[in-house]
Structures are given as C-alpha cells and as structure tokens.
Design a protein around this ligand. Structure first.
Ligand code: TPP
Ligand code: MG
Length: 322
C-alpha cells in the first residue's frame, strides 16, 4: 500500500470512530439509547493504529471503552448503532449495549464492563493459537486501571512463563474514573515494573496511527521470532467525562487539569491526520468527499437503528450460558 493510501485508510478509521461518537453525543439525550456510554474521543489513534498493525485474523478482546476497536476492526457502524439502540440488528441482537460490543466472526471476541477480566480470556485465546500453531497473536486492550488488578499481573506472569502470543495493549489515559495514575501506583514506572518480566516492552505517546501501526507490526514480528509476549504502553487522553456523552469537559471536578487536555488536543489524532493528508498532496475536495461519505453513512445508521425492531421477548433467555 502506498503512503497515501495508508494515510487515507487510517484517516477513514479515525474519523469513523470520532464521528460515530459525536452522533452518540447528539442523540443520547433523546433517551432511546438504553446503555451507558464510555466515549473514546481523543484516544482514536490507539484503536485505529493497533488494529491496522494486526493481522485481520488476530483475535482481539477489549473493555467497556471499546467503540474504537469495534469500528476499526469490523467497519460495521450499522450493527454498532443497532446495538446501542437495543435492536435486533446489533451484533448481540441488542442485548449487550455499548459495554459488551463483540463480533467474533471478525475476531473481536469479547469486551466487558468488569475491569481486567478480559485479559485472562485473551490468554486462553492465545493458548489456542499456540496449541493449534495458527501463527496468530491475540491483542488484549485494557486501560491503565486494569493494572491495579491482581489478575493483570497473574496474566502477564503466566503469558511470559508460557511464552503465549499475547499483545498486551495498555491504553494509558492516566485515569481510572477520577483517580490519576500517580495516586494509584506503588511502583516507580510502568517500564520498570513491566520491564522485570520476560516480554518485549514498547512505550509511546504518539497520536499518529501510522506510527502506532508500525510499532504494533514490529512488536508482533519480534514476538513471533522468539515467542515472548509484548506489552505496549500507549499513552493517550480521553477528552470527555468517564461515562456519559456530555461535551463539556469535567475540569471543575478537580481530578485533572485543563493544561493536560490542551497538551493532547494540540496533537489531536483526527485533525493531525487530516493535515498529513493535505501535506501528502491529497486534494481538499477528496478529503471533504470522504468526510461527507462517512457522515451520510452514520446518519443512515442512526435513522435505520431508530426504526428497527427490538428483539422478541423469547430472545431474553437465548445465548445465555448460565
Ligand atoms: C473489577 C472492577 N472493579 C471496579 C470497577 C469500577 N470501574 C469502572 S471503570 C473503572 C476505571 C478503569 O480505568 P481504566 O482501566 O484506566 O479504563 P478507562 O476508563 O480509563 O478507559 C473502574 C474502577 C469495575 N468496573 N470492575
Ligand atoms: Mg484509564
């Protein structure tokens, strides 16, 4: 793929995530989306970059803040909005909502509201890849808050011990709800703490999805060479409140400072990628046409979801494993 085509693909991926979430912000107050929403606005380069760097067949697990990986992996905003509106066309037939978006046929196996719980599941998926010699690696996305859970460290330990093909992707926005990481960590640095384990360690605060994609690809190549798992600490910043659609920033709560937001917003992934396209010589009209295409597609997704049927009452007990 040429640099130009790659830049366009990544811009489309970033913009689909950003604009889909802006649609949520625009419609949430109508109270038809019966689901909590943990928006990803500001962090898009992580999902777009890592998913681009993975092989499309590499399995993925994520958290309740997984709109980005869902859209980047599936390119299915139709199902995405159906799920948010609780309609049958959603990947879980409208029974999961925002926090449990998954589409196993695209390799997105599981996301969950319970912090860190999908990480050991990623190890199970990775063991399957190792046992069946598929050559695939499993990406486990989680927030920095998941590193406060014992199961994270057990999983890292076991993956290193057994050389499981896992890519630990820590989406480090420095916050767990309203608690900054400095108030939660008893270790000096993530690099030191994770550096003691027998894995590859990658750290970045890039908001350039191409750079993150390259880091992912390189790390996977090293992992496939010697079998050691990879830990990627990808710094990022969430622009809006922890949960909910409100556009106004929550600096008045006092748990984070506006200067941090300004620092990150100066490197906003979507705006910077647009600037890169123009520098690469993509005509303004071509970029604008792409933006219109995405906006129109998303408007259709919302309109279709709003009038789609709800699941039948019998569905309540279907797909339930307990
Ligand atoms: C096991 C568990 N403990 C506590 C919570 C409550 N909780 C919800 S979100 C959250 C913070 C997680 O922060 P992080 O993992 O950094 O993800 P982010 O919201 O920053 O993406 C917590 C503690 C939970 N959902 N699950
Ligand atoms: Mg966090």
């Amino acid at each position: 793929m040429t640099a130009r085509a790659q830049a366009l693909t990544l811009y489309e991926s970033l913009l689909l995530i950003r604009r889909a979430e802006e649609k949520i912000q625009a419609h949430y107050a109508e109270d038809d989306m019966k689901t909590p929403v943990h928006l990803y606005i500001g962090q898009e380069a992580v999902a777009a970059g890592v998913v681009n760097g993975l092989d499309p067949a590499d399995p993925i697990v994520g958290t309740y803040r997984s709109h980005g990986i869902y859209l980047a992996r599936t390119d299915d905003p139709e199902g995405f909005f159906a799920e948010l509106y609780g309609r049958v066309g959603g990947p879980a037939k409208g029974k999961a909502g925002s926090m449990h978006m998954a589409r196993p046929q695209d390799g997105l196996f599981l996301t969950s509201a319970v912090v860190a719980t999908t990480i050991p599941v990623a190890l199970g998926l990775a063991f399957t890849q190792q046992y069946r010699k598929t050559g695939r690696s499993v990406a486990a996305f989680f927030g920095d808050g998941a590193m406060d859970e014992g199961v994270f460290w057990e999983s890292l330990n076991f993956a290193c011990l057994k050389r499981l093909p896992v890519l630990f992707v820590c989406e480090d926005n420095g916050l767990a709800i309203h608690t900054p990481s400095v108030a939660r960590r008893g270790y000096k640095s993530v690099a030191d703490a994770v550096g003691g384990f027998d894995c590859h360690f990658v750290e970045s605060e890039s908001t350039d999805p191409a750079e993150i994609s390259d880091l992912t690809r390189d790390a996977l190549a090293r992992q496939r060479e010697d079998g050691r798992p990879v830990f990627m600490r990808l710094r990022c910043y969430r622009y809006v409140e922890h949960v909910g659609p409100r556009e106004d920033r929550d600096f008045h709560l006092g748990y984070r400072r506006e200067e941090e937001f300004e620092y990150w917003r100066a490197r906003d992934p979507v705006r910077c990628q647009r600037e890169r396209l123009i520098k690469l010589g993509v005509p303004e009209a071509e970029v604008a046409a792409l933006e219109t295409k995405i906006d129109e597609r998303l408007s259709r997704c919302v309109a279709e979801a709003q009038k789609a049927p709800f699941p039948e009452p019998e569905e309540l007990h279907r797909d339930v494993l307990a």
